[in-house]
Design a protein around this ligand. Structure first.
Ligand code: ZN
Length: 154
């Protein structure tokens, strides 16, 4: 695995899918919080920030970001963001521009169909995964590269 890889448990993937389903027919954004240990970004919490959403839009208001100040005292950071789209999963130009995660190696993940068809089993196939490089560009992670970037543990 590369030094920028993200590791998340099956239970946290299930929690992610559950929260998206609960959001209904609206976009929803979740933040995967974690810490870096031995070069791997371990997810420790799936967090739903305060957000304004519609069928094809989400925004985290200023007080939603302010709530993240607690992360510093808990030695956590936003490892990855993940959000749903009504139809196809891709990184829109708004997604590029308004991404909350900004560190090199950050992942931004998009799920199609409001995650209605996403399961633990098909998660890595359904998810469109993008990684931020040191030139501040979001690059799609191909299925061949996936294991180096995102791993789901038991
Ligand atoms: Zn989007």
């Amino acid at each position: 695995m590369s030094s920028t890889s993200v590791q998340i448990s099956s239970a946290q993937i299930r929690e992610t899918i559950k929260l998206f389903r609960k959001a209904g027919l609206r976009e929803c954004v979740l933040l995967w919080l974690g810490r870096r240990e031995q070069g791997i970004q371990h997810i420790v919490e799936v967090y739903k920030p305060l957000q304004n959403t519609s069928i094809d839009y989400f925004e985290i208001p200023r007080n939603g970001m302010a709530a993240l100040d607690r992360l510093r005292t808990q030695a956590l950071y936003v490892v990855s963001q993940i959000h749903t789209h009504p139809l196809e999963a891709f990184h829109s130009s708004a997604d590029d521009k308004w991404a909350i995660v900004r560190h090199v190696g950050a992942l931004s993940i998009v799920l199609p169909n409001f995650a209605k068809s996403t399961t633990l089993k098909n998660f890595l196939r359904e998810a469109a995964v993008y990684q931020l490089d040191d030139a501040n560009s979001w690059n799609a992670v191909s299925s061949e590269q996936m294991a180096d970037h995102l791993r789901i543990t038991k």
